[in-house]
Structure formats: C-alpha cells, structure tokens
Design a protein. Sequence first.
Length: 454
Amino acid sequence: MPVPESFRERCDRLLPGGYQAFFSQNLPLYRGLTVNTLRCTPEHFAAIAPFAVEPSGFCPANFRLKEPNVKLGHHPYHHAGVYYVQEPSASAPANLLGVQPGDKVLDLCAAPGGKSAQLAAALAGSGVLYANEVMPDRAHVLCSNLERMGVTNAVVLNDTAKAIADGFCEYFDKILVDAPCSGEGMFRKEQAAVAQYSQRLVESCAATARQLLDTIAAALRPGGVLVFSTCTFSPEEDEGTVGWFLDRHPEFELLDTGVLFGTTGHESCCVEGKVETEKLRRIYPVHGGEGHFMAKMRKRGQQESVPLAQKFLLKGEKLPKDAQAFFNQLFPSLVHGAFLEGRQGFYLLPQQEIYLPRGLHLLRAGVAVGQLQKGRFEPHHHLFTAYGTVCANAEKLSAQEERCSAYLRGEELAAQNAQNGFCAVLADGFCMGFGKVSGGRLKNRYPKGLRNLK
Ligand code: SAM
C-alpha cells in the first residue's frame, strides 16, 4: 500500500532531498533485538548469537538483524529473556534517560514493554521501575514480557497518567513518555498503520501526548529527567508537542540528547513557541531504523524525591511454613526475603522500598513466586525466570538439542540431570522456565500461552 499522499508531500517539503532521500525503496526493512543485560553483556551475546547481527548504534545493547527471515520469537534465547525483539530505532529513547542503579523510574506508556525492559536492565536490580499501561489487555502483555526478562524490581500498574501524578508528586528521578502516536514510522512495515492514518489521527495523538506530558510533569522531582518519544514524524506530534509543553512548563528545560545518530528536529510552521530543534533527535530509515523522535528535558532545580506517606509502603512478611520448606530446598538464598500476599499468591518484594498510593491499580510488585494450594507450594513461572539460575535443582539443556525444542512446545521430556521434584529448565545456562521431575520424566510447566506452536 503506498504511503498517504499528505505524508509524502510533507516529507518532500521538510526533508533535504525529499521523501525519496530518506525513505528510498532500496532500504531494507529493519529488524532488531536488544540484549537483556540482566542476562548477559552485549559482547557475550555477539559471541553466541544464533543469527547474524550487527550493532545498530542506537543503544549499546541493540543489534540489527542481517538476515531477513529469522523467527526471533521462537528461539530458546528469546524464551529465556536473553533478548527482546525491538526495531533498532525503538531502542534509542530509553537509553537517553541515563538510568542508573538505585533510580526511581516511571515508564508511563509502557506496553508491550521493550523500553521498560531496557530501563529495568539499566537499573540492574537496584532501584525500582514503575511500568504503567492504561489499556488492561496490553498491561497484561507488559507484565508477561517483564516476567520473561526476569525483572525483579518492577511495579506494574494499569492506570491513568492523572492517577499516577496525583499519587507520586515529585517522586520520580526519571520518566519516559513514549506516547501513543500516528505511527508514521510504522508505514514501511505495517500496512495497518497506513490504512488507519489520517490528519485527524495526527491531531488527536498530538492532543493526547500533550495532555500526558502536562499531567505527568508533576510526578518528576526537580533535577529529574524526562524523555518524550514517538514513532512518528509529524511536527504537530513531535516538535509541536515539545514546544507546547515547554511554553506551559517553564520549570522544564530542553537538554541536548548527547547522541550523534539520526538528525536534528525540524524548524516547522507547526512549532508553537521556540524550540531549540538542534537539541531534538529524529531517526529516519536512511539512518538505519524505521523511525523515532525523541526529546530530553530536565525539571529545573535540584531536590531529593518527595517521600511518600509510610501508610503507602508495601510491607512484606515471612512466608508461611509450608512455603518456607519449598524455598529452603530450592531457593535458600530467597527464604528470608519480604513477601507480600496477594489474590494470586505471594510476591517477593525488591530490596528497595515500594510505595503504592491508595487507589492505584496494581498488577504486580516484585516477583510472583507462587501460591499455597492445599498446603503445598505451587511455584510461579516468574520465580524461575527471575531466579532459575540459582535453583538447587535444574535440567540443563543445550539450545540446539531436540529436548529444548520439545520443552518449548510444552511436551514432557526425559530428565537427565534434575532430581525428582520441581526444577529449573535451562538452555545454555539461561533459564526458560520450570518443570517437575518424577521417575526420570520431566513434566512440562512452561506456560501454555508462551509455547512454540508446532
Ligand atoms: N513504550 C512501549 C514499548 O516500548 O514497548 C510502546 C508504547 S506505545 C508507543 C504507546 C502506549 O500508550 C500504548 O500501549 C497505548 O495503549 C498507551 N496509551 C494510549 N492512550 C493512552 C493514554 N491516554 N494514556 C496513557 N497511555 C496511553
């Protein structure tokens, strides 16, 4: 399907050399993956990569695929959360935020979770990521993806920007707003993006993005950093939104992104207020990615994050005796952690204090470890994706062997190393999930919705 005429005309008007120079038909469709540095370093991944990849240059952990037809989502390393499938330019915004271990980070529009996975990896298990998604179905996908990546210190919320801003006044050190947009950067790979496109969509997305920024500004502490990004090129949604926001919020200043890839923002008639467009960053297909826009802003001043009321602190407790027995046997290093009991079982809270202001819709805090059923502890998949490599009982597979493929199809297998009882199932040392051994057979506990279809 050809791109909309109005889009092409705008590109011809704004871009040196016009549409053809930035979207040449000879450019390949870009696919990529971002290595989960909670699992291994990008260098290690490059050495063991099962398909031909090259660094994309948009983020140190992101690689561009050199082969067009690889099924990235089927490989055991994907199931084990070694990488997240992420189009190269989409890896750029999270990296601009400069997240450090110990930070309190909010990802406001987080599903399906590629950028949240990057933010969690940057925290390296210390600090906390609040990953929020307003659409309930998408929020569950976000939960599942952070689970696959083995994230231990995320709080997954399903709420509005207003509810979060009301609850977390001047609390966060870093905020990412990867706003819903008209998706012009998806035109080359998704026909649906072209089909649903209209000027009305551009205008409504610009209005939503502005409202989200306007609302969530209050949740950032003075001195904190906010990155705003879209995967579209329309100046109304991009430069226009940044200009509108800076006009309304003089407490914010635009920072240089500090990166050299892509190109600067456009001086355009759509820009309301003065924006230093040289500080903005755009990636077009000619730069090696499908398309992203990003702006980095700082709240002026310097202040510690405002503490939340103690009554909102999530307090963990000791596990009941029956659950302790399970942990003493398989995860002794975790047994003394702080566990929160919820409707679907116990959650192992991260070391960092977690606050949850009243009324917010919580999907998960920390690691879902399992639940007691008739006095027996039934572990959760998340316990193994997060801590499977320290489990005292493990079935160690090679990613190349047939038993590994069988495990990911949900089949029962012959156990060769694991003893009777629950065990982690590893592929080349990366944990994919768990099973239960009895009489030399490993009963499959890999979640049905995640299995590779035959
Ligand atoms: N950051 C995500 C990632 O890297 O995987 C992609 C986010 S996507 C561009 C924008 C998200 O914003 C969508 O999941 C969408 O459901 C959500 N969204 C839509 N309207 C919203 C609103 N009014 N407030 C907050 N989020 C919204």
